[in-house]
Design a protein around this ligand. Structure first.
Ligand code: TRP
Length: 332
């Protein structure tokens, strides 16, 4: 019996500069997973339109994102890498799935409520339909697993619901995806000045965020100002010591050491010394990543070649699913 490899899909929205949270929570795992699965990694530029302010920068950020995929070790010979807008099947399936999703389901989405509150001047319908486009991304490729952050899990549940609704009415058409379980290091990195909310590339306060292109001084400044507590003991307790626990998570992810080992190592160390160590570790990791990033980013012809090839491979797969759907719908 030939066991085919599982299909794994993930994407990042190019709506700002990538952060340490994107790297630790997602990108750093991609290159490992690609060895045992068929990985499809997309750059979700259409999703970025729902809240993107500076459209003239979209192309630049899309290329930056691609260069970071490569710098993180994603190999175009092993994985399919493409820009969402270059495979038109995403929009085509999106329309059909619109007709299988209820308005009530969309307005209940936590992300929609949150984004419409923080950007109340631009509550566009794209923002509401965002999870349906995301469902289309996932379902087109008969995906077994998707890799997403904690804040996107509700969208994955909706994708499963839509797929199941469609399958029940029309016969099995879509595979129902699951969430890929990353290892213990899969942690959510929190905002430095407010460690109860996620580190986000669209945060208005840049001091909450370490960007992947930050230099040594900025890293040191942001980490030394990060919010901790007055206990002066270093141990892991996310509820009571959210700031210190966040720094421990960052350190554990970047060094590969267990939290319990780090707790022993730093228990009696002062917060200042600890923070200096954390910022040196971040700098060291990012410096290596930045060198690779620059190497790829300076070769746009090579990047374009990867995208052309990736969109060709993605379309071949997407077309098969869309044809089935069109046939079942009575479309031509
Ligand atoms: N919405 C995701 C995010 O902001 C990005 C994304 C778009 C995605 N389509 C996807 C992630 C499909 C996983 C699967 O993180």
């Amino acid at each position: 019996m030939i066991l085919s490899k599982p299909i794994i899909f993930s994407a990042v929205q190019p709506s700002g500069n990538l952060t340490l949270g994107n790297y630790i929570g997602s990108l750093s795992h991609w290159s490992i997973i690609q060895n045992n699965a068929t990985c499809i990694y997309s750059i979700a530029d259409l999703h970025a339109l729902t809240s993107f302010q500076e459209h003239r920068l979209l192309r630049k950020i899309t290329f930056d994102t691609l260069a970071f995929y490569l710098a993180s070790g994603v190999d175009p010979k092993k994985s399919i890498i493409f820009i969402q807008s270059s495979v038109s099947e995403h929009c085509q399936l999106n329309w059909i799935l619109n007709c299988y999703t209820y308005f009530g389901e969309l307005i209940r989405m936590t992300q929609f409520k949150h984004k419409s509150k923080i950007n109340s001047k631009n509550v566009n319908v794209g923002l509401l339909n965002y999870p349906i486009l995301m469902s289309s991304d996932i379902l087109l490729y008969q995906t077994d697993y998707i890799i997403v952050g904690h804040d996107q899990k509700q969208h994955l549940e909706l994708a499963k619901k839509i797929a199941n609704r469609f399958n029940v009415l029309h016969g099995k058409t879509f595979k129902l995806p699951s969430n890929y379980k990353l290892n213990d290091c899969h942690v959510k990195i929190m905002a430095l000045l407010n460690p109860t909310k996620k580190m986000s590339k669209s945060d208005v306060n840049i001091n909450n965020v370490i960007f992947l292109l930050d230099d040594k001084q900025s890293i040191l400044r942001k980490i030394s100002r990060s919010i901790t507590d007055s206990e002066n003991k270093i141990f892991y307790e996310p509820n009571r010591k959210a700031g210190i626990s966040n720094l421990l998570n960052i350190l554990a992810s970047l060094t590969g050491k267990k939290i319990s080992v780090l707790e022993k190592e730093f228990y009696n160390v002062s917060y200042n010394t600890f923070k200096k160590f954390v910022s040196d570790t971040i700098y060291y990791s990012l410096n290596i990543l930045q060198e690779k990033f620059l190497y790829f980013r300076n070769n746009e012809l090579y990047l374009q070649d990867i995208l052309d090839n990736g969109s060709h491979q993605a379309s071949l797969r997407a077309k098969i699913t869309l044809e089935k759907v069109y046939y079942k719908m009575g479309l031509s």
